[in-house]
Design a protein around this ligand. Structure first.
Ligand SMILES: CC(C)(COP(=O)(O)OP(=O)(O)OC[C@H]1O[C@@H](n2cnc3c(N)ncnc32)[C@H](O)[C@@H]1OP(=O)(O)O)[C@@H](O)C(=O)NCCC(=O)NCCS
Length: 158
């Protein structure tokens, strides 16, 4: 018989990353490149996935990402990541991105991204991961919404 899966509280998968946008990361209008934001999203997402799995993970899918407002050179870019849902070998991480003015503190929510990671065993095959446990009402809502997104995503991938 297989061992019961480990259970990990959702709150222990939280990751916050923060950087100042530098001129070499920006376009000629002084706004951070979308590709740079996407790289940071994937990094924050992978760290959150690693906090759950404690095994190597790879990105298998990224849902649509919208950039709703620019983040300018000299501003803070802040990313909050959280494992929303776990399947058997894959999991969804939600990443919220904010821009913050360093002097005024004014903060804008600029993007939300949902990424799917798969954990790999030493042979590079998908490996069974611990289950994430939502504890608060807010976490339960994230978990339920992620379950619906997973169903849609897998239907589309087919
Ligand atoms: C990740 C990888 C090993 C999965 O291989 P696979 O043969 O698709 O494996 P499976 O069919 O067993 O699926 C594994 C899990 O991924 C999920 N999955 C597969 N394709 C998916 C997709 N397009 N979107 C979301 N989830 C997906 C499956 O639902 C399954 O999850 P579950 O166990 O929780 O139900 C393989 O696709 C791969 O190596 N991809 C490249 C990853 C990579 O290098 N990423 C870096 C960027 S290039």
């Amino acid at each position: 018989m297989s061992e019961p899966r480990q259970r990990v509280p959702m709150s222990s998968t939280q990751v916050t990353m923060m950087e100042i946008v530098m001129p070499n990361e920006a376009n000629s209008m002084g706004n951070v490149f979308g590709g740079r934001v996407m790289a940071l999203i994937d990094m924050a997402g992978a760290m959150s996935a690693l906090r759950l799995c404690r095994m190597p993970v790879v990105t298998v899918s990224v849902d649509r990402i919208d950039f709703r407002a620019p983040i300018r050179v000299g501003e803070f870019i802040i990313l909050h990541a959280n494992v929303n849902y776990t399947g058997h070998t894959s999991l969804e991480v939600g990443v919220k991105v904010f821009g913050e003015h360093p002097l005024t503190g004014e903060r804008r929510h600029t993007s939300t991204a949902y990424l799917t990671y798969v954990a790999l065993d030493p042979a590079g095959k998908p490996a069974i991961i611990p289950q994430v446990v939502p504890e608060t009402e807010e976490e339960q809502a994230w978990h339920a919404a992620a379950q619906e997104r997973r169903a849609r995503r897998l239907a589309q991938a087919k």
